[in-house]
Design a protein. Structure first.
Length: 98
């Protein structure tokens, strides 16, 4: 949610699906961090552990798992957005293909 002054930053969108799934359609502006690489790659890709992270996948199951892992790693702003379609609707962003 953005404040009336617009000072609140939009969340960082993190797609935890495979690169192939990401290429077939992802929310515009999302970062692809596949679930199987998340624990190895996240500190380099997302060094700010207090950042607002909105995670998503195909159904919300993998993004839930990613949220739990990230919270255990100290990422206090990690939250599950559910599916790619849900996040696109919530953020008003288009779904793009590579």
């Amino acid at each position: 949610m953005t404040s009336q002054s617009g000072s609140e930053a939009a969340p960082i969108l993190v797609d935890v699906r495979s690169p192939g799934e990401f290429a077939s359609g992802h929310v515009d502006g999302a970062l692809n961090v596949p679930l199987d690489r998340l624990q190895q790659d996240v500190r380099a890709l997302l060094p700010d552990q207090s950042a607002d992270l909105l995670l998503y996948c195909l159904s919300g199951a993998r993004s839930h798992m990613a949220m739990v892992w990230l919270q255990q790693m100290g990422y206090s702003g990690a939250r599950n957005g559910g599916s790619v379609g849900m996040v696109a609707m919530q953020t008003g962003r288009a779904i793009r293909r590579i």
